[in-house]
Write a protein of this length. Sequence first.
Length: 739
Amino acid sequence: MKVIVASGRGFCAGVKAAVDTAFSLDPANTYLLGELIHNETVNEQIAARGIVTAEEPEEIPQGATVLIRSHGVGEDVMARCRARGLHIVDCTCPFVRRTQDIVRREGKSRLVVIAGSREHPEVKGLVGCCPGEVRVVGGPDEDFSFAAGKDVALVAQTTLSRQYFCKIAENLKKVTPKTLVIFPTICYTTVKRQQEAARIAASCDAVVVIGGANSGNTKRLGEIAKALDRPVFTVARAEAFEYEKLKNFERVGVIAGASTPEWLTQEVLFKMAENNAEVQETIPETANAEVAPEAPVEEVKAEEVAPATESAAESEAPKSAMEKIMDDIDKEERYKKGQIIKVRIVSATDEEIFVSGSGKLENRIPKTELDCEEYSREAYEEKAKNGEEIEVMVVGVKPTQLSQKLVKKLKEEEAMLADIEAGKEFSVVCTGTNKGGLTAELGTYPVFVPRREIRIGYVSDLEKYKGKTLRLRLIEIRKERRKEIIASQRVVLEEEKVAREAAKAAKEESFFSSIQVGDIVEGKVERVTSFGAFVSVNGFDCLAHISDLSWTGVKEVTDVLEIGKRYQFQILKIDRENKKVSIGYKQLQPQPWDLAAEKYAEGDIVHGRVVRIVPFGAFVEVERGIDGLVHVSQITHEWLENPTSALTIGEEVDAKIIGFNPAERKITLSIKALQPRPEFEPRPEREDQQPAGGRRERGGKKSRRTAQSYVEEDEYREWTEGGDFGASISELLKNDENK
């Protein structure tokens, strides 16, 4: 079997940050407001640290620490937390927080439509952040008539299918063709994993999806594979994985959700490798694959908001600034985006000012775009009376949108450009694409990343980079196009790859050169499985197999080791070629026989349990790891043909130590030594020794054999099962194997 593993696995950045925070905080008096992420195993580990999960702020003691989950919460929930004096640690995913900011801003003047699941905690949090009217739509087939004639802003649940979102946007646009602003707030990690899931499913016979049962993005990956008519096997826990269900498939794909820890995926792959499965990385993005399960829909681009007309009642009043805009729209001076112009302040309201660049046309500037810390209507009305001019930047056209704040920012960016030209790395969020690559903005400057400079290797799908943060280094600045920045992410990634590989190689070389088989090392137990514990030794993961934890054997790793604690281990095996190290814990612990001389002596009476019966006697477990032999002659004073006639497996007995050799790990026991000795009864002569005519008839009653008769007969009844009847179980088993 070949196993194709998705390259996009492990926690996404937002989930990783939340989990790292939960594991780094002191669990004392710390609470989670709902599940941190949708992964049962991780949530159980967090709970094991002592962090309690609460559903409402009122369930949390006043003054405690509360972690806000990665899905985020609404304003009301935050207010309730603050009202109780809780110390808030906000683990909201940055992509979710960005969507919340959009909802807060757009909800002041528009109907906000959220595309997603109504019951999902992220969507509930977004609803709670909206200051105005908000509606949630679960699919493209819903009735959108509620949006007719309204200014609408559309956002998406970050884990929603991109194609699903495009269908919703397309249908919503039919109802509000001129007043719709679309924000494609789907997380780029979600988009990338969905695309990779489609490629893998198309090239495999079956698909294994690893992730929490209640994880929305994990479920979506499975739906994509099912839509391509591939059998899907969902694995929430490694111990629940059943290889038998996959053994008849030639190619099996393995994909994981964004809330699935990498170690969980590795444990599943380890089990597959144990069954001789050949594991390899995912197929390249350029490989042929079937079309994704949903029909492709061209993504609807964000539309500029058209200025609204005023009511008839308002039109009877003296013409306002907005009416002048409508009257003079055809005469509007044409500006270019990014252009810096001087305008005169005309008037002011509580929320905005109006300015004119030509004396005929007025434009509004909201107070949030003015270069002042505190807005005052009276102050700007005074400026208007004085005919004061200000310098502003054109940030939008049709209609014209201006910003004074960005002019100040521009001057700051000029200084920033000097650092960039000197080779400093900078970051931008991709806002669009064209035929040659990606487009973005660094403040007021346009940024272009050519296709060949996006990553190491060819990029076939540019759309997946929308909304993704790019880490760039300057190639050149084209000053003839308003200082357009041409940049490369590939060079940054190549430098990091080289540095990462060098650091990893150096770390591994240092680690492997510093250890030898037999060395005693200290390590921290990071996680446990059914087959052993993964222990971090100087930052390197080593495996302590369950068979190397205790001399007497254990059923659960946690019976011996505790997660998060440090222990001493001995290095048992080093595989430098495959970078694997096996360590043992029991090797540093005393064996039961090492302490036997201090506990037992010849003549002692011990209590034990019969664990094995053989033709020449029975083995009694004195304690875990120490067995003693009761020879058949030491079971009872009566003659026994077979020990099973007197003893049974599991029976508890008292016995006397009549032979003790701790060096050879042998104890000889006697049960009959603790029993009263019977009266002597003469033994009848053996049949072959009776004189003629004196033979005992067949079927006659046998006389009882006594200890004395056994002593006389012992000379011809020999024990040939191993000589010295103090043999250990291991010796007997070895003898059995050699037969």
